[in-house]
Design a protein around this ligand. Structure first.
Ligand SMILES: Nc1ncnc2c1ncn2[C@@H]1O[C@H](COP(=O)(O)OP(=O)(O)O)[C@@H](O)[C@H]1O
Ligand SMILES: [Mg+2]
Length: 343
């Protein structure tokens, strides 16, 4: 009963809690029309680089996207950042659809969403000194110029452990690790909220990979960044991500929180990837699962489950029916007949 003596059936008013994710990727598809070489004339075909994927990234989270080379990770990154248009599906950032934005709005969003990719040399201008490169986004976005911009760039470079003697150097005069820090400084100078790191340490010497990875993780945390971390290496994702999506030939085959994925991987592909990396898990009986050969061509996908040709647990149904991507337990999503007990 309320104060009027009538029965109030409306739901209790709860304080506004924003549970909306920072980023929502919904049924995203990118197919490339290609020509398959058969004889002199090519046959028109579709390369399914990203083939209907959905996931959410929460604010402040580091979300891992992992899978072998060619499975569609970088395409996904380009679609999210609106560098490339999707065939269908949408990307929602902070509650607003950002797929196909007009160019002025895209530029504004570019300040908030930054992309760090694998090849730091390709991301830097060979003729520009490091301090100028890091200052440049400030000038482009009319935030600062001249000595003020250089001052801000210097501060950012210092915060990423780059010493003053490299400021006046050119990219080719730097080591791989220093270059990747410079690229990161350039991405962070605008104070973004969202960062996609696409294989940021793959091109680096093994000896400095851990160093740069730690720096990335610390910086993300310190700046409260929401990050998508892309890698082909499970052990890298293990170290840095709270949720992980495993991709295979354009599809997400498993999505789970870090602990679940590494302790109870449900998809045979995740199991195979995990068995290939030395991760200390004494309580887990880990059999070595050999992942045979390379993935099939994304132009000519296998029937049924696209992983069946390499799966160690394959059953007859897998060859004919494509498994649905569905919930196995509250946080774990899997596309596999066997994991769901359908086979
Ligand atoms: N512009 C393009 N035109 C045709 N095919 C492309 C294009 N970009 C990527 N691909 C193909 O899409 C697939 C996924 O590529 P990519 O997203 O770069 O994978 P990953 O980053 O996981 O290595 C690959 O087969 C690649 O050859
Ligand atoms: Mg890539």
């Amino acid at each position: 009963m309320n104060t009027n003596g009538t029965t109030d059936t409306s739901p209790p008013v709860t304080p506004a809690v924003t549970t909306e994710p920072q980023l929502m990727v919904s049924e995203l598809v990118r197919h490339y029309p290609v020509r398959q070489k058969t004889g002199i004339f090519g046959k028109k075909a579709l390369l399914k680089a990203v083939d209907n994927i959905s996931f959410q990234v929460n604010k402040g989270e580091t979300f891992g996207l992992v899978g072998e080379s060619g499975c569609g990770k970088s395409t996904t990154a380009r679609l999210i950042l609106d560098i490339e248009r999707p065939t269908s599906g949408k990307v929602v950032y902070k509650g607003r659809e950002i797929t196909n934005l007009p160019s002025a709005e895209r530029r504004r969003l570019a300040r908030q969403m930054q992309y760090v990719f694998q090849d730091p040399l390709g991301a830097l201008d060979p003729r520009m000194k490091i301090v100028e490169q890091v200052a440049e986004p400030l000038v482009i976005h009319k935030i600062a110029s001249g000595s003020r911009a250089r001052e801000m760039a210097t501060e950012m470079l210092f915060s990423l452990d780059l010493k003053s003697h490299i400021l006046q150097r050119y990219p080719h005069e730097l080591s791989g690790g220093q270059r990747q820090r410079a690229v990161l400084a350039r991405a962070l100078i605008l104070g973004p909220e969202f960062l996609i790191c696409d294989e940021p340490i793959s091109a680096l010497d093994v000896s400095i990979q851990a160093q740069v990875l730690n720096l990335l993780t610390e910086t993300s945390r310190h700046m409260d960044l929401t990050t998508i971390f892309i890698s082909h290496d499970m052990s890298v994702v293990r170290h840095s991500c709270s949720q992980v999506a495993v991709m295979y030939l354009g599809k997400i085959v498993e999505l789970a929180p870090n602990d679940t994925l590494f302790q109870a991987p449900a998809h045979p592909y995740t199991q195979a990837l995990l068995s290939a990396v030395p991760i200390p898990q004494p309580d887990l009986d880990r059999k070595r699962i050999l992942l045979k050969g390379d993935p099939p061509s994304p132009v000519d996908l296998p029937t049924g489950c696209r992983f069946h040709t390499r799966c160690h647990a394959v059953k007859p149904i897998c060859r004919v029916e494509s498994p649905e991507f569905k919930q196995l337990q509250p946080d774990q999503w899997v596309a596999c007949h066997i994991a769901h007990g359908d086979a």
